[in-house]
Design a binder for this molecule. Structure first.
Ligand code: 5GP
Ligand code: MG
Ligand code: MG
Length: 183
């Protein structure tokens, strides 16, 4: 598949690479201020959060540790299966640590509310969430991200780590897919 074909599959660009980097810089400045004098362990949720983690971490003018978890709550399509399970656990002992969960999108909030509960049992000093995107449905869930890039409408988006059937993660922008892609 040629890159031009990939870009052609996007029907609407919601956020460009420049807008994303600008917003992450703002979020990083806030995080740096909030965690003054405290060490942060950033926990990225694979695989979608890879791009956000890489860019957010590099905007932080301080030492940070990064670790990763893989959690499955979705099938390969666009709808949640409602099932959450750990595919890859942390390598780090988080007891006494200030944990900042990094994710690319909160949709129903199911995955992250489950993850926060799960990590809470390990005795961290604190747990907060940074997410680039949040959908309206998440607002009614018991998950409260301290750092949110943007609230977006209830549409399925791809790019910048977000996939459709494991494709489109490597797009630099975030957008919606043309209907022909789904059929
Ligand atoms: P939640 O548990 O909040 O419903 O879903 C979280 C996960 O679902 C996200 O980390 C992401 O992997 C996937 N997801 C939710 N909404 C979208 C979307 O609009 N586009 C893509 N590509 N993935 C999504
Ligand atoms: Mg994710
Ligand atoms: Mg996915």
């Amino acid at each position: 598949m040629e890159s031009s074909h990939v870009e052609n599959d996007l029907v609407n660009i919601l956020f460009t690479e420049e807008q994303i980097q600008q917003r992450l810089a703002e979020m990083a400045a806030q995080i740096d201020e909030d965690y003054a004098g405290r060490d942060v362990l950033m926990v990225g949720v694979l695989r979608g959060a890879v791009m956000v983690m890489a860019d957010l971490a590099r905007e932080l003018p301080r030492h940070v540790e990064m670790d990763w978890m893989a959690i499955s709550s979705y099938g390969s399509g666009t709808k949640s299966s409602g099932v959450v399970r750990i595919l890859k656990d942390l390598d780090t002992d988080i007891s006494g640590r200030h944990v900042l969960i990094v994710d690319e999108i909160i949709d129903t909030g199911l995955t992250l509310s489950w993850l926060v509960n799960s990590l809470s049992t390990r005795g961290p000093a604190s747990i907060e969430i940074a997410t680039l995107l949040r959908k309206p449905e998440a607002l009614s869930m018991p998950v409260e991200p301290k750092y949110v890039g943007w609230d977006i409408p209830n549409e399925f988006v791809v790019g910048y780590g977000l996939d459709y059937k494991e494709k489109y993660r490597n797009l630099r922008d975030i957008g919606t897919l043309a209907p022909h892609v789904y059929s």
